[in-house]
Design a protein around this ligand. Structure first.
Ligand code: MF3
Ligand code: CO
Ligand code: CO
Length: 258
């Protein structure tokens, strides 16, 4: 018993609706990214947009998280708490949106460029996006979660980057986080065998330096130990008859991102 639930066609349709809203929200939030905007302003937008669309922002109050979206700038790996920090030219910011619509969770994130970051910074973001795409490309019935992790780890490490170990992707549905855990590292032909109707996130966090991190006094903000940059992209996916459906796909190019 792996505890991994299989969703029906109807359940996946409900999940798809939540995922579409999350993707739309992220798309609009990303358009706000520019030097001078604070992460608090991004939070306000995400909160209001979510409520206006009949949904609930999943982060708010989740295990005590105080805000409606995670905003993780530069050396922040994930779970950054929105606040008075103003974005600066050359920064990168991951915005991680999770919307609950009719009881179903859609989870999606992307890293955005603030102005015009350095070539090294852009390179990290490009590698991280490619890691997500390579992980998604492994998803099909009969494949194993180790194939997903291995594809991501091989690409990141062969480009001189490191893969965060402490946070992983997750099953998703009526619950924000459910089995299975989706590691972004590992070995091919190992781990859970994928079946039609499984739904989970893939959300690699890739660092320019070492993968080790620590959590700040606020209990949430995860930062790299070496203070070097970290980037992340996330999609919610479903295993289908023919392969994979990216439930949080965007209907237009993401602004200020890849
Ligand atoms: N959205 C994150 C994820 O991808 C989880 C954030 S938990 C929160 O799993 F409480 F910080 F919002
Ligand atoms: Co997630
Ligand atoms: Co997320």
């Amino acid at each position: 018993m792996s505890g991994v639930s299989i969703k029906s066609r109807d359940q996946i349709e409900q999940l798809r609706r939540a995922c579409r809203l999350a993707a739309q929200t992220l798309q609009q939030a990303g358009a706000l990214v520019r030097p001078g905007i604070t992460t608090e302003e991004i939070n306000t937008f995400v909160h209001e947009y979510t409520i206006e669309h009949g949904a609930v922002p999943a982060p708010l109050g989740y295990r005590g998280f105080p805000k409606s979206v995670c905003t993780s700038v530069n050396e922040v790996v994930c779970h950054g708490i929105p606040g008075p920090r103003a974005l600066e030219e050359g920064d990168i910011i991951n915005i991680d949106v999770t919307s609950i619509l009719d009881g179903w969770h859609g989870d999606v994130s992307a890293t955005f460029f603030v102005g015009d970051p350095s070539p090294e910074t852009r390179r990290l973001v490009e590698i991280t996006k490619k890691c997500l795409d390579l992980g998604i490309a492994e998803v099909k019935q009969g494949a194993r979660l180790g194939d997903v992790g291995a594809a991501i780890q091989e690409y990141a490490e062969s480009h001189g980057c490191s893969v965060v170990r402490d946070f992983v992707g997750h099953g998703i549905g009526r619950k924000f986080h459910e089995p299975p855990q989706v590691a972004h590292f590992g070995n091919r032909d190992r781990g859970l065998r994928l079946k039609k109707g499984m739904t989970f996130t893939i959300e690699p966090m890739i660092n320019l330096g070492d993968w080790r991190l620590h959590t700040l006094e606020d209990g949430w903000t995860a930062v790299t130990n070496d203070a070097m940059l970290s980037a992340q992209f996330e999609h919610t996916v479903a295993v289908t008859d023919s392969g994979v459906e990216v439930l949080t796909r965007f209907d237009a190019p993401l602004p200020n991102s890849l």
